[in-house]
Design a protein around this ligand. Sequence first.
Ligand code: PLP
Length: 219
Amino acid sequence: MLKEKIQNVRDRMERAAARSGRNASGITLLAVTKKFPAALVREAWEAGLRDFGENYVQEFEEKYPLLKDLEGARFHLIGHLQSNKTNVESRVFDVIQTVDTPKLARRLDATGKPLDVMIEVKLSEEGSKAGAAPESLSELIASIRECGRLRLQGLMTMPPWSDDPEQSRPYFVRLRALAAAHGLEQLSMGMSHDLEVAIEEGATLVRVGTGLFGPRKKA
Ligand SMILES: *Cc1c(COP(=O)(O)O)cnc(C)c1O
């Protein structure tokens, strides 16, 4: 049952927040719906979820017409941003979490739609293939701030995969330190298996797929 799964994830978030003296109401649960049909996104919205994450632009472009009536829904791109698709991306998404170059920022800005954006940071060789290097952040942040339609919210990262959630902790600590150094507030970090560790280290948004919807079909 989806409702029970949502409650289970929310309970995990509450406990992790309580352990670290935080209030879980300030932490967004982003439902990752890649590879699931639009009907499931609607079901999740009916169950009270409002933030949804998708990885593949073409896949979401097909689902979007079936979902654009969902009031209050916010669609986040959490997969690689493609410079030849920025028009589609800005049309169907409300938040782009994966900005990693000044060129992509300028192309999004040029589409004319106001967007919330986050910078994806690459903190390891084996983690997500995309992302900005920590050394390039100052320059990238300055470029984004020159884009009048983009509102920079914070940083996002994806540590290398490990069954042991503790292996993610150093990456989350590092992301928080980078955000603090650059005066950014939002931290998109933590997934189904390591959301507790992420919340202990300051996550303001966790991205959960499997924990809500079960395993995805292999591509
Ligand atoms: C798929 C994906 C998730 C969700 O992963 P789960 O392990 O299913 O919770 C989170 N973030 C990104 C960037 C993803 O690609």
